[in-house]
Design a binder for this molecule. Structure first.
Ligand code: ASP
Length: 448
């Protein structure tokens, strides 16, 4: 049995919906289907979720919002018309939008999450209804119906442990195809809370894990994951197979095909994830698994916008508790970090620079005061480039390939760090060199 998730572009209009139903209906093992809200039909189009966010704003700032309601319903109406749906759901959808607006007009966070959930919710109802009209037994079940209980953190909910058992029991006897809206769950009081953006991937992962699915098929509009950002490298090779761990290490720019929070449930229950293309369903796509036969570097990823806080202290290596105190300062200030390269008497903390907004002066002062460092500096505009692959553990000369390539393009290396599991290498460079460095590293590992 498979759990399948279809992203926004896969369910953006009637043509795409027919494609996904073909994919589902032609395979008896594709039983549990999670759908996104209608996404972009072309480059300039607006996702339904973004229209819903605009609606929240209009309601909150007491602007006229009727036009937005019409625009949102028009998207669904067009799908209904093109699918020749006999029993229109548009008036039910209109009532639901207005109900939420009435009920939550003085609770901005509740309003946001309730309205944001409508894109997925309406689409799932519509798709289920159409499939039924085609004579295929199909049930629409909402996250509330199946027991997908989440924490009460609006727009950033996290699944509660109890959900897995509930979902398993509630879905055990479902008949025919089951269509479930992605992106949201309900808290213990039954209020809607959404996951972070792109969160339908998370819903699919939770359901796949609850049901011990043989595979979690994640359908999108590309044939798998590329070994480098396709916006930077011209036609990069696609990855046939990689591990959950490698996927995590690659989670910087260009690898956003699969939501990083969606990896955890499938990783814990070791369910393979298959990233596939709705527009080319026979293409094998990319398989994410627990292990694989390692064959060297699998991908290169890079992100800009990091800062490095560098400190030096004579005999730092002998000062017991130095790093613990440093990390406590970060914890107290609610700052997370990405990497921590160190030497005998110096250490750097690399973090996302936006986290320093409004906190930088205080953070530096605390480090200076509490750790009594000899030198302290902060460097911004840093890019982090990751070279990832299980196989590099045993290959001689992996780092050399990248450093040679950087040298040839006159890219200055600020830091190098290898994770202790030896499946990744981190290179710190200047923001301005990021794209060139990705091209250089890609060519070094994949074209020579
Ligand atoms: N529709 C939501 C978004 O645009 C969730 C998703 O598509 O996964 O973020």
């Amino acid at each position: 049995m498979k759990v399948c998730k279809f992203g926004g572009s896969s369910v953006a209009d009637a043509k795409q919906i027919k494609k996904i139903l073909n994919i589902i209906n032609n395979d008896a093992t594709r039983k549990y289907i999670v759908v996104s809200a209608p996404g972009k039909r072309h480059n300039k189009d607006v996702k339904v979720t973004d229209l819903l966010i605009a609606l929240v704003e209009a309601v909150t700032y007491k602007k006229d919002y009727q036009e937005l309601i019409s625009q949102i319903l028009e998207r669904f109406l067009q799908i209904e018309r093109e699918l020749n749906i006999r029993h229109s759901l548009i008036e039910t959808f209109r009532t639901q939008l207005n109900d939420y607006i009435m009920r939550y007009q003085d609770q901005p966070e509740r309003l946001t999450d309730a309205l944001k959930s409508c894109g997925e919710d309406f689409n799932a109802q519509l798709i289920a209804s159409y499939n039924n009209e085609q004579g295929i037994m199909t049930t629409y079940l909402s996250p509330g119906d199946i027991g997908l209980i989440v924490s009460d953190e609006p727009s950033n909910a996290i699944v509660l442990e109890e959900s897995y058992e509930k979902i398993k029991n509630n879905l055990a006897h479902a008949e025919g195809k089951v269509i479930i809206p992605g992106f949201f769950g309900v808290n213990k009081n039954g209020d809607i809370n959404t996951f972070s953006r792109g969160g339908s991937d998370i819903t699919g992962a939770i359901i796949a894990s609850s049901l011990s699915s043989d595979v979690y098929e994640n359908f999108t509009d590309v044939s798998g994951i590329f070994s480098a950002n396709p916006n930077i490298v011209d036609h990069p090779a696609s990855i046939i197979q990689l591990t959950y761990e490698e996927m995590r290490e690659l989670s910087y720019a260009g690898f956003s095909v699969f939501h990083d929070e969606a990896l955890l449930p499938v990783y814990r229950s070791q369910i393979p994830v298959n990233i596939k293309n709705t527009n080319d369903p026979d293409h094998p796509g990319t398989l994410i698994t627990n292990t694989r036969q390692s064959t060297g570097v699998v991908g290169v990823s890079c992100d800009t916008g990091f800062a490095s806080i560098n400190m030096k202290k004579y005999l730092m290596n002998r000062e017991i508790g130095f790093t613990r105190r440093l990390l406590s300062i970060l914890e107290d200030m609610n700052i997370s970090y990405e990497h921590m390269p160190s030497g005998i008497d110096d250490i750097s903390i690399i973090l996302r620079a936006h986290q320093l907004e409004g906190k930088e002066a205080k953070l530096l002062e605390k480090i200076e005061h509490e750790l009594k460092v000899d030198a302290l500096s902060i460097e911004k505009n840093i890019a982090i480039l990751m070279v990832v692959g299980l196989g590099m553990k045993t290959l001689v000369g992996t780092a050399n390939k990248a450093t040679e390539a950087f040298k040839a393009r006159n890219i200055n290396l600020k830091m190098i760090n290898q994770g202790s599991s030896e499946i990744s290498m981190m290179f710190g460079i200047e923001d301005k060199d990021a794209d060139q460095a990705v091209i250089a590293a890609y060519e070094a590992y994949f074209t020579h």
